[in-house]
Design a protein around this ligand. Structure first.
Ligand code: HEM
Length: 492
């Protein structure tokens, strides 16, 4: 008979063996940096992941793996590999993996965090409803322009003094999502609106920790909430309470003959499914979808415009050429509109180069698998986290010569026709490709062209240009900066 201490020792030995196995790379996985017993690859430099992954790609090839705590991560690099994995094998590689945000905040609902038939059904519905609600239509353009004008007016009020545009931009861009979702915009002093944004922003600023909690799920149980994870969950609950009130108001005033916004279109569908016990069109799914559209549609676009400003302050010659083109084609008496796009090739080249250089979502959003995935002799387990490394494409010297340089001319041929723009994979690819791409492009065009048409974008201090280094949070954004916007007429 074994005594208690022997049983205990055996148990500890078994635990250590399991931990050792879990943190050791299985031979069937793609290669990667050597694992450390019991730690795996937890020593990986997390502060600049795109750069770390660039180095790993040089060492281990287009597909490499990392063992991070309980998770296996497989990183895919290069245009052809991404197409093969996420388009050709999209039926297997378009799920979402098990992540803290998906599980604890979204409860696997909404669009960005759901998988399988639920995701397909609701993504298809959302794309159709958003189209019905203005995507690609004049009505949406006028909603965007309303916010552009608010932004321009607020900038005019700064009278050329230095300021940080981040908060203002976020308010304007999120108001566009409010118009689409709730049929109304909010004043920048509105209590409901400000509180909603504050909670969302607090959560966005903690996304790195939420990623760590994906690797170490026990973190959320640590007392006193040192990592702010419980606060994140409370914030998410508060946002939902706000949104529940908006939905209730919509239900109280719903008129099938007059659909005002996304919520109404969804309510119509919910009513049409009435009585079907298997329907996935319920309140919770609506709440999570609105949350997704709001979060995914705000920070990204605002970051893109901030990159534009930082890059054009650093490249005044590009700014002058772009302003000249806008002035020649549109003049100054009216704002730019979407119909002008085809007549502004240089401007279009600048905007593509900003998106390429800024690389707002360098690692997209992790994908998951429907089953074990056999890829080029490797077996990637079903529970692995797949990373489409968009940064590896946008910075690939084989596609974009001297990728570290900001060169809009790379997108124009000798006849000033746009070339290579399809390789700027900022919106990802395959079945999960960003469903907000057309709105984002519209916003980006209208905000940036209106800014350059009306203002010279100048550094706060002529001897110190804003940094071109990115900072990775939920997006890769420029470091915080201030600048001066001087009316082109006043020239001071
Ligand atoms: C410059 C602006 C934007 C960029 C760079 C961007 C980029 C991305 C990327 C890289 C993904 C991940 C795709 C993947 O999983 O492979 C994504 C997903 C998503 N985006 Fe965007 N996005 C932008 C704007 C928007 C806007 C304005 C909306 C709102 C309508 C939006 C809604 C979404 C949603 C709902 C998803 C999840 C899609 C899914 O999981 O099926 N995005 N976006």
């Amino acid at each position: 008979m074994l005594d208690l201490s022997t049983v205990f020792l055996l148990f500890c030995g078994l635990c250590l063996y399991i931990l050792w196995r879990k943190t050791t790379r299985n031979v069937t996985l793609p290669p990667g940096p050597p694992t450390i017993p019991f730690l795996g690859n937890l020593n990986v430099k997390l502060d600049n992941l795109p750069e770390t992954f660039r180095e790993y790609r040089l060492k281990y090839g287009d597909v490499f793996s990392l063992i991070l705590g309980s998770k296996t991560m497989v990183v895919f690099n290069g245009l052809e590999t991404l197409k093969e994995v996420f388009i050709k094998n999209g039926d297997v590689t378009s799920e979402r993996p098990d992540m803290f945000i998906a599980k604890e905040i979204s409860r696997y609902k909404g669009i960005a965090s759901s998988s399988g038939p639920r995701w397909k059904e609701h993504r298809t519905f959302a794309i159709g409803a958003l189209r019905e609600f203005g995507f690609g239509k004049k009505s949406l353009e006028s909603k965007v322009m309303e916010e552009v004008e608010v932004l321009i007016k607020a900038i005019e009020e700064k009278r050329g003094t230095p300021f940080n545009i981040r908060g203002l931009l976020t308010l304007c861009v999120s108001n566009i999502m409010c118009s689409i979702n709730f049929g109304q915009r909010y004043e920048h002093t509105d209590e409901f609106f400000m509180s909603l944004l504050e909670k969302i922003n607090e959560n966005l600023s903690n996304t790195n920790i939420m990623f760590v909690a994906t690797i170490f799920p026990f973190l959320k149980h640590i007392p006193f909430d040192p990592f702010g994870l419980k606060r994140n969950l409370h914030n998410a609950d508060d946002v939902e309470k706000h949104l529940t009130l908006v939905i209730k108001e919509h239900e109280d005033t719903y008129d099938e003959k007059y659909l005002r916004d996304y919520v109404d279109v969804y309510l119509k569908r919910m009513k049409s499914e009435g009585g079907n016990p298997n329907s996935t069109f319920d309140h919770e799914q609506l709440l999570k979808t609105i949350g997704d559209l709001f979060v995914a549609g705000t920070e990204t676009t605002s970051t893109a415009v901030q990159w534009f400003i930082v890059l054009l302050i650093n490249h005044p010659e590009v700014q002058t050429l772009m302003r000249q083109e806008i002035s020649d084609v549109i003049g100054t008496s009216r704002y730019p509109c979407m119909d002008d796009r085809g007549k502004l090739p240089y401007t279009e080249a600048v905007l593509h180069e900003v998106l390429r250089f800024g690389c707002i979502a360098p690692l997209a959003v992790p994908h998951g698998l429907t089953k074990d995935f056999n890829y080029k002799g490797h077996v990637i387990p079903k529970d692995a986290m797949l990373i489409p490394n968009l940064h590896s494409v946008l910075n690939d010297p084989e596609i974009f010569e001297e990728p570290e340089k900001f060169k809009p001319s790379r997108f124009l041929d000798a006849d000033r026709k746009l070339v290579n723009v399809d390789k700027v994979l900022v919106f990802s690819l395959g079945r999960r490709v960003c469903p907000g791409e057309s709105l984002a492009r519209m916003e980006f065009f209208l905000f940036t062209t209106s800014l350059v048409q009306r203002f010279k974008l100048l550094p706060s201090d002529p001897n110190k240009l804003p940094s071109l280094k990115g900072k990775l949070g939920i997006t890769l954004g420029p470091e915080q900066f201030t600048f001066r916007a001087v009316g082109v007429e006043s020239q001071n």
